[in-house]
Design a protein around this ligand. Sequence first.
Ligand code: TH1
Length: 841
Amino acid sequence: VEASIPEPQRDAWKKFQAKPFVSKDDFEKEVVRHVETTLARSMFNCDETAAYAAASLAFRDRLITEWNRTQQRQTFADTKRVYYLSLEFLMGRALDNAMLNVGLKNVAKEGLSELGFRIEDIINQEHDAALGNGGLGRLAACFLDSMASLNFPAWGYGLRYKYGIFKQEIVDGYQVEVPDYWLDFNPWEFPRHDIVVDVQFYGGVRKYQDEDGKNVAVWEGGEIVKATAYDVPIPGFNTPTTNNMRLWSSKAASGEFDFQKFNSGDYESSVADQQRAETISAVLYPNDNLDRGKELRLKQQYFWVAASLYDIVRRFKKSKRAWSEFPDQIAIQLNDTHPTLAIVELQRILIDMEGLDWDEAWTIVTNTFGYTNHTVLPEALEKWSVPLFQNLLPRHLQIIYDINMFFLQSVERKFPGDRDMLGRVSIIEESQPKMVRMAYLAIVGSHKVNGVAELHSDLIKTTIFRDFVKIFGPDKFTNVTNGITPRRWLHQANPRLSELIASKTGGLGFLKDLNILNELEKFADDKEFKKEWAEIKYANKVRLAKYIKSSTGVTVNPSSLFDIQVKRIHEYKRQQLNIFGVIHRYLTIKAMTPNERKKLTPRVSIFGGKAAPGYWMAKTIIHLINNVGAVINKDPDVGDLLKVIFLEDYNVSKAEIITPASDISEHISTAGTEASGTSNMKFVLNGGLIIGTCDGANIEITREIGENNIFLFGNLAEDVEDLRHTHNYGSHTMDTDLVKVFDLIKSNAFGDAGAFGALTGSIEDHGDYYLVSDDFHSYIETQALVDEAYKDQEEWITKTILSVARMGFFSSDRCINEYAEMIWNVEPLPVEKENGLGKEE
Ligand code: TH1
C-alpha cells in the first residue's frame, strides 16, 4: 500500500515539520510540556523521576526527528548497509550519552537547573539497559556508537529481553541474583506495532517435484510466534546521523490468548500458549563464555534471526534489484556464533521461498556474511544436538546437512582420501547424540572470519580453526583488534580529563580522531599540566571513595593506590590469583614491625563482577573475596595499608565511576584465554596503568604505549600447554608462598575453610588448569614493582600521560573503519552539516 503524502499536500507537512530544540528555553519548554501533558503532572508534583522522564522524552523527540531524517536519507541514497546481529547489547544509560552526542549537555544542565534540578541527580534516575553479559555485549554497544558517529548506514538487530542481566546482591558474602525488570518506564524505545513478523517452529518438511521437475521443500505445521519490532535511536557524536537498533519482542500468534480455546472452555491452555511464546524474549542467558545448549536459547536465536532476516530481505525487495546484487547492498556481521542460523535462514529464503538455485543462493549467502569469533574456550563454542534441531527446525537441519555435504565434497577434492580431515572439519560431529558445530557452520557460510586481537586471531588460525585455514587459505581469516568508544569511556565517564585534553589539543576533535591524543606527549614533563592531571585523578578517586563508603560502609583513603579488577568472575580471568595475592600481602604486613610497615604503599584492592548463577567456582571466589575483606578491613594492624572491597552489581553505569579512579587495574587471565579484553583499554585511556599477562589486547596495548608503561608478568601462551601437561603427568610442585596463603585459608582465618576447599583443591590437587601456582611468584614480584613505582609519583604521572597519549589506536572508530574496509566493503554516507564540534566549550 502506497502510504506517502501526495505532492500538493507536502508543503503543509514541511511547514509544520518537527524542529529539534537547540536553546535552553526551548528545552525547558519541552520538559514542562512533557511533565504537564505526557506525564500528566505539574510543578507541584514533579520529583526527580518525573524530571528524568520529561528530560528524556525531550531528547527522545529530538533524536527521533533526526532518526527519521537519517533513515530517509539512507533509503534515498540506496547505498550498501551493515546489519550487526548481536544477541547482546550492553548499552548502559542513554540520557547522558544522548545529551553529549548531540552537544546539548550544557543546555540541558542549565535548563534543568532553572527548573530546580541538578543534572547529575537526573542522570542517576535512569535504569541501565543491561541486555548483555560483559565484553561481547559492550563491544556491540561501542560499535553502534562508532557506526553512527562515522555516518555508516548501519542497524543493530537484537532481542528485547524483558529481563536483562540479573542484579547482583551480596548477602553474608554470597552472591544472590535478583531479576532485572527494566521496562517499567523506558522512554528510549519505540514500539512498531505495524512491524510484526511471523516466526515458525517445529512442524515437518514435505518434499515433492513440481511440474518442471524441480525439487520443492515445504516446511509446514508446527506453531507460529509473532515478533514485534522495538526501535531504539542511536545518535552519532557531533553528526545528525541517528541510526537504529531494532529489538524483537515475542508474542503468541493469536494475540492475547487463543479465543478458540477460550470459548471451548480451555482457558488455562490458551494462557499457557501465550506465556510460552512470551518466554522466548523473556530473559537474557546470564552466561559469559559458556554454552549450556538449552532448547530455549536455540529458540531465541532462531526467533531473532528469522525476524531480522525477514526485515532485511523485505527492505531489499523494495529496491526491485536482482538477487545477485544482495551482497552489494547488504553486509551482515555475526557477533560470535549466536546468530549463525542467519546463514541457513537466508539460504532457505532464497531456495525455498524465492526459487533460486542452490549455487546461486549459496554465493549470495557467503558473500553477505562475516563472522567474528570472540573466544577459544572449548566450553563456550556452541554445539546443538541434532535431535533437538530436528524437532525445532526440521527444514534448517536438512539445509545444514546439504551445506555440509557440498563442503565436505570440496574438501575431499582438495585433500583426496584424507578421512581424518573430513571427520575433523565436518559441521556435524559424529558423537552420541550427533551435534551441529556452529563455529564451523559460521566459517563455511561467511566470506571473512575475524578474531578480536592479534594474539587471538593468530591462535584461532593455529588451533581451533587450523584445518579451515588449509581448506580456505589464510586470506579468509583476519584480525580486527577491539576498541572502545572514547565518547562514553572518556568524555562521559571522565568529563574533567576530557576537558583538560580538549584545552591542550584545540577542542573536542580528539573524540572523533583519537590519534590526536598524541599531542599530549609534549606535556608528559610539564609541571603545571601534571599537577592538573593528578588533581583530576585524585578527584575521581574521591568520587569512588564516596561511592565505596555509601555502598559498603568501608572508609578508604583516596591517597592509597587504587588497584581494581572489575569484570565477569571466571576462573580463566583469575580473580582467585588476585585475592591470593591480597592474602599474601596481608601475611607480609602482619609479619612486619611498625617501622617496616611505614615504608609500604597503602593499597585498596577493589573487585567487582557477576558470576553466572550456575557457576559454583566463580561464586566461591566471590565468597572468598568478601570474607577476606571482612577480616582485613577490621584488622587494626593493617589500617589503611590494605583494604579489600567488593562492589556489588558491577554494570556499565558503575564502570563509568570506577574506571576513571584506578591507579592500576588487573587483566591477569591465563595467557591465551582472554580473546581481547576491552576494559584494559578503558582503564589506560583514563590515566590508569595495568598489571597484566601477555594475553589478548594487553600485548597490543604494550606495543602502543611502550613496555616501560605496563607491568607484565607470567607464563606465555606458547608455554601453557606444556605446563598443563607437566601438572597432569609430571610432578606438580606448588609455589611456596601460595602454600602459605592456602595454609592461612585452611586455618579458618576467613571463615570455615570447607567453603573454599574446591577452590584450593582445583589448584593443589586437580591440575591447576589456569596456572595460578605457576604464575603466582611472578605476580607477587610484579606487584612489588608496582608498589615501588607508585612511590615516585612524578614518574608515575608521566607514565600515565604518555600512555593516554598513545591510546589512539584503541578507538572503536578505528575498528569500524577496518571492518568497513576489509569485511563489509561499505562507505559512510556523508551528511551536510555537522553540528559544530566543541561549540559547548
Ligand atoms: C568476550 C571475550 O571473552 C573478551 O575477551 C572480548 O574482549 C569480548 O568478548 C569482546 O570481543 C566474550 N564474551 C562472550 C560471551 C558469550 C560467549 C562467548 C564470549 S567471548 C556468551
